[in-house]
Design a protein around this ligand. Structure first.
Ligand SMILES: Nc1ncnc2c1ncn2[C@@H]1O[C@H](COP(=O)(O)OP(=O)(O)OP(=O)(O)O)[C@@H](O)[C@H]1O
Ligand SMILES: [Mg+2]
Length: 437
């Protein structure tokens, strides 16, 4: 993802009704939406944001919050009452209709909720339709359309009519048509909302793949927060025409800007959104390989743990040593920790979703190690931290609050897990002192 900007919305307003400019002025002067609504609908109020090139930017909000109106202003289908839209450096607001059409043709395609396919044309011809409008010669059209139709998984269906396809397949045609147009920007208005949950999930996954492969900038509208969290690099949350927060899924989840957003994110599947990096803690029980067995024992005594993490040169993660093994080395005057280092759990990277940590966390009582791409130890995730993060995240700091019992994971579950941990012979709850008896 580069840092250059694909789309800018600057103080956008859209008022449907009488004397729209006057209504906007009243809103700017602080008059409430309710009062201004007496003469019409303030569909979008003072929306400003930038969408970066190569980003999936999601606009999320309930029905009527202004999402479609907003996205239609972005491609010039709806003229803003005030404010400006810039696409790839060109201000389209107030430009001539011909100019707007030109920018749209060159830069922006749209995928609709109800597919908007031409019923009497084949899958291939539907996919090629945007190319036809662009005046691309027939042979090239066919070739390009065929490539995208295959890419979206419709190999063998090229000559069918839309009516012969399932909903999910029809939307693949819609996607193929938008991809064939080869514009940098893709606008998708509730594109997956009409699909069954399983098909929908498949389409979301494929969209993320396609985005990476074709390096598109995607603006995706949905009223489904789980969908927003799954596919969005950043999410704009809309309420009653206003954007109330723009942030990454993690920011929205851990630091909701308003009570409204907090209410919204209450039901989100945290395990799939939060990453290892967002909940990991600094490694306290840590020694370097060169420090040797005595230093390792000292750390275990000081911290009252029965194991420490060991790193090599440049903080490279080597594994864990346990108290008994280290005691034996000290008794034998062996200065080298290498022979007793274990890798009890596979390490994970910072981007790993918490949902993928359960296994590692259950396998071993020791905290899960988080490493970077060069295998350097970044932090650790103790099991209680993992459990805590899934139920109870402080809204102000994003830090894990372990004092309050988690609302979604019961105290019993945490207790049982911890008891199971204690019963394991190699459990981390044995202190260094006990181990040395
Ligand atoms: N052409 C129009 N004329 C008058 N009012 C409109 C027009 N288009 C939209 N509105 C109103 O503007 C408000 C925002 O509508 P919009 O379609 O943008 O919302 P939305 O978030 O896309 O909703 P949904 O999730 O139902 O698609 C609504 O109150 C709607 O009735
Ligand atoms: Mg809509």
């Amino acid at each position: 993802m580069s840092d250059s900007i694909a789309v800018t919305a600057h103080n956008l307003y859209k008022f449907f009704g009488r004397r729209p400019r006057d209504a906007v002025r009243r809103l700017e002067n602080g008059e409430s939406r309710d009062v201004v609504s007496r003469t019409g609908t303030p569909a979008v109020i003072d929306a400003s944001f930038e969408v970066k090139k190569g980003e999936i930017f999601v606009v999320m909000g309930l029905s009527g919050s202004g999402k479609s109106t907003l996205i239609r202003m972005l491609n010039g289908l709806v003229e803003p009452t005030s404010g400006t839209v810039t696409i790839d450096g060109t201000v389209i607001t107030g430009a001539s209709p011909a100019r707007v059409r030109e920018v749209r043709r060159r830069s922006v395609s749209m995928v609709f909720q109800h597919f908007a396919l031409l019923p009497h044309r084949t899958v291939l011809d539907n996919a090629a339709y945007s190319l036809e409008i662009q005046g691309v010669p027939a042979a090239e059209r066919r070739e390009r359309a065929l490539a995208v139709v295959r890419r979206v998984g419709l190999d063998g269906w090229e000559n069918k009519l839309p009516g012969e396809l399932s909903g999910g397949m029809q939307q693949r045609v819609g996607l193929a048509r938008a991809l064939a147009a080869d514009t940098d920007i893709l606008l998708m208005d509730e594109a997956f909302s009409a699909l069954d949950p399983l098909i929908r999930r498949e389409m979301q996954e494929q969209l993320i793949e396609l985005q990476a492969e074709y390096d598109k900038t995607i603006i995706f509208i949905t009223h489904d927060l789980n969908e927003a969290m799954f596919i969005g690099d950043r999410i704009a949350v809309m309420r009653d025409g206003r954007i109330v927060q723009v942030g990454t899924p993690e920011e929205i989840l851990t630091d909701p800007a308003t009570d409204y957003v907090a209410q919204f994110v209450k039901d989100v599947d945290r395990a799939r959104v939060l990453t290892a990096a967002s909940v990991m803690e600094p490694v306290r029980a840590l020694v370097s390989l060169t420090a040797g067995p005595r230093a390792a024992l000292r750390v275990m005594r000081d911290l009252q743990t029965s194991a420490v993490f060991v790193v090599g040169e440049g903080r490279r993660y080597l594994g864990v040593v346990r108290d008994r093994d280290v005691m034996r080395l000290v008794r034998n005057s062996d200065p080298d920790l290498s022979s007793v280092i274990e890798r009890p759990t596979s390490s994970v990277t910072g981007e790993t979703a918490l949902s993928e940590l359960f296994e590692a966390s259950v396998e071993s009582a020791l905290p899960v190690a988080v490493v970077d791409s060069r295998d350097r130890l970044l932090g650790v995730i103790p099991r209680v931290t993992l459990l805590g993060a899934l139920g109870n995240v402080s809204t102000t700091t994003g830090e894990i609050d372990l004092v309050e019992p988690a609302p979604t994971i019961s105290v019993e579950v945490i207790t049982q897990t911890l008891l199971a941990t204690a019963q394991q012979p190699q459990g981390a709850l044995v202190t260094a002192n006990e181990g040395s008896k």
